[in-house]
Design a protein around this ligand. Structure first.
Ligand code: SF4
Length: 365
């Protein structure tokens, strides 16, 4: 696949430019009467997508004649299904939040470094969950039991936190499912809990007037502009993400920047400096802002999947230039060498302090 070309002028309103238009929407039998399925049918009709009412719950029919075609079929398909019982027991998800809360699994965008590669198996179809009431009903049993914000003096005001973007980009499918708005409303009623999500999309209009009560932190996944242009396919332009960041902050949401994946490209200090200056200019002075700093890494498995999806990628994934690290399960990941990491960390922490005064760096990894 050739590198993603620079965005062209688009006559649509800025926030709608990156709106995903699936070719097919599959509705699982057990989810067919849900509000999410009803919304998805309506949106699919408006977008000209085919709606298929499945006779059962299995999501099939994605296989193409080769890996590329299977990828294209899956990325053009939204399935509305019920979350399995295992998704109702929320797993810990350090360092971002106490627990993972999935509204969906899979993402329609085409980022060439996607962190889902290697962590989700099978064709990369987006499965949006319909049994939201069951998911939200599982929240109270987790409140007070987390080890990240719940156990932190500095962050305890956030309550027990639930991260909704571990396996999806919830804003990227919101125009089809409405699940994110439901979650924001639900957490608005939970004084001891908080929702967090991060996104590379920008269509936030539907979130601005919701009764969020400050219990949802909306973060935008951003990068140096050159990296977003070269490697983020099917997402909102950086300028649109930053405009959306300002809009949700002005609507009273706590906000955040997820700077990821950080890469020491040529001139990285200038490139990331410009990112922080633009973010600062988009934000109101009183924004409640956190910053997460995540460097690029890959595993042998994710590298193999990504090279299958994006065979022409220019993304650097050369194990010989990286440091090998083992995780607690014995797996291997490749990160930047220690000295470079130290140098970049010092620069990023100082740059956040300089360009985004009041912004709190949550972690560097
Ligand atoms: S937006 Fe996030 S989840 Fe979606 S393809 Fe890009 S990196 Fe992957």
């Amino acid at each position: 696949m050739p590198p993603v070309p620079p965005p062209q002028e688009d006559p649509r309103p800025a926030a709608a430019r990156a709106r995903w238009r699936p070719r097919r929407v599959l509705i699982a039998r057990s989810a067919r009467d849900s509000a999410v399925a009803q919304r998805a049918r309506r949106a699919a009709r408006e977008l000209g997508a085919e709606v298929v009412e499945l006779g059962g719950d299995a999501v099939r029919g994605l296989a193409g004649r080769n890996e590329r075609e299977t990828y294209r079929n899956a990325k053009a398909t939204l399935a509305i299904v019920n979350a399995p019982p295992s998704a109702l027991k929320f797993a810990p998800i350090p360092p971002s939040a106490d627990f993972r809360l999935d509204l969906a699994r899979g993402c329609p965008a085409h980022c060439q470094y996607c962190y889902l590669a290697g962590s989700l198996s099978g064709p990369p179809v987006t499965r949006a969950y319909a049994n939201l009431d069951e998911i939200f009903a599982a929240v109270p049993a987790h409140v007070g039991r987390g080890r990240i914000t719940s156990a932190s003096a500095a962050r305890s005001h956030e309550g027990t936190t639930f991260e909704a973007s571990c396996y999806t980009d919830p804003l990227g499918i919101e125009h089809l499912t409405g699940g994110l708005s439901e979650a924001v409303r639900f957490f608005g009623t939970q004084p001891d809990a908080g929702l967090r999500f991060t996104t590379k999309f920008s269509e936030v209009g539907g979130l601005l007037g919701l009764p969020h009560n400050g219990r949802t932190r909306v973060r935008f996944s951003v990068n140096a502009e050159d990296i977003t242009r070269r490697f983020d396919g099917g997402t909102a332009r950086l300028a649109d993400r930053l405009a959306a960041l300002g809009a949700v902050a002005r609507a009273g949401y706590p906000v955040g920047l997820t700077v990821a994946p950080i890469m020491p490209i040529e001139g990285w200090e200038e490139a990331y400096g410009a990112l922080f200056r633009d973010a600062g200019a988009a934000l109101p002075a009183d924004a409640d802002l956190t910053v997460e700093l995540i460097t690029h890494r890959f595993t042998p498995g994710s590298r193999e999947v990504l090279l299958g999806w994006y065979p022409g990628t220019k993304l650097e994934m050369d194990a010989a230039t990286r440091t090998q690290k083992r995780n607690k399960f014995g797996g291997t990941k490749y990160v930047y060498p220690k000295e470079l990491m130290k140098q970049m960390r010092a620069w990023f922490e100082e740059a956040v302090e300089r360009e985004l005064p009041g912004g709190v760096v949550l972690y560097w990894t």
